[in-house]
Design a protein around this ligand. Structure first.
Ligand code: HEC
Length: 239
């Protein structure tokens, strides 16, 4: 009587052993017995090497390398050198506000540094490098990665963010906010202050109160002159 089961003899007699052998070969190949990826060529410290002419595998530190001893040296930063010629003294920058943006119960209302062209230039440069992928060059929240599905950050030109303290902007960069991660490891505190100053400039560029505008520009804003679409036409009309 025919059943659906078969014994080993029937199985192999039908040529299935070929299939089995092929499978086994495939599996061995897929297991990847090559240890190359585990044991990559490398040198131990102070080992000999024929690669470099001096016969040593270890390299000297590149010129200008500073030994890291866990000390911060903020007075070496571009911000300090730019705005003070490196003259700021250490104690004045070591207070809590400098690192937290907080002062008293709340956030520091204005910038930690006197706002200068140098500070803004540094802030712009760092902002353009670090923040524009998401926030965009104008701070409107339409950075390039948002076109690929990253959630849009809020625009800096909304009332709420116009009204926050400089220290709050510093805090967002330091600790992150919602879906935005912290930039503390990527942006030094002094650069975070410079960026906060630049965000203020961006906001001002989109929302300058009329009485801050120079007199002649104000006049042009209040009494706009009709724009002549095509000067050639208007001169023809006069003849
Ligand atoms: C990887 C994308 C990304 C980068 C880069 C980024 N942000 Fe953000 N940022 C966001 C997102 C998303 C939000 C909104 C987070 C939320 O509401 O969950 C946000 C929110 C903010 C806010 C508003 C917080 C509030 O109260 O609504 C500020 C201010 C801000 N970011 C500043 C910065 C600055 C300054 C930089 C550069 C140092 C920066 N961000 C870099 C994505 C980014």
């Amino acid at each position: 009587m025919k059943t659906n089961t078969m014994n080993a003899a029937e199985f192999t007699s039908q040529g299935h052993w070929r299939t089995l052998a092929a499978c086994a070969a495939c599996m061995l190949a897929l297991m990847g017995c090559h240890p190359d990826m585990w044991n990559q060529p490398r040198f131990a410290a102070l080992q000999k090497s024929g690669f470099f002419t001096d016969g040593r595998a270890s390299r000297d530190p590149v010129p200008g390398t500073i030994q890291y001893d866990g000390q911060r040296r903020p007075w070496k930063s571009a911000v300090f050198e730019g705005i003070s010629g490196g003259q700021l003294t250490v104690p004045s920058i070591m207070d809590d506000t400098f690192y937290t943006g907080r002062q008293g119960e709340g956030f520091k209302a204005d910038n930690y540094f006197p706002v200068s062209a140098e500070l803004l230039a540094r802030g712009r440069e760092r902002y353009d490098v670090t923040c524009t992928p998401c926030h965009g060059f104008a701070g409107d929240g339409f950075g390039v990665v948002t076109r690929r599905g990253f959630p849009n950050p809020p625009s800096f030109h909304i009332d709420r963010l116009r009204e926050v303290e400089d220290g709050y902007l510093f805090d967002v960069m330091t600790n992150g906010f919602g879906r935005m991660y912290s930039y503390a490891a990527r942006v030094t505190p002094e650069d975070r202050w410079a960026i906060a100053a630049y965000i203020r400039a961006l906001q001002f560029s989109q929302y300058a109160p009329l009485d801050t505008v120079p007199a002649d520009v104000k006049e042009a804003i209040l009494n706009p002159q009709p724009v002549v679409e095509n000067p050639a036409d208007s001169s023809a009309a006069h003849h």
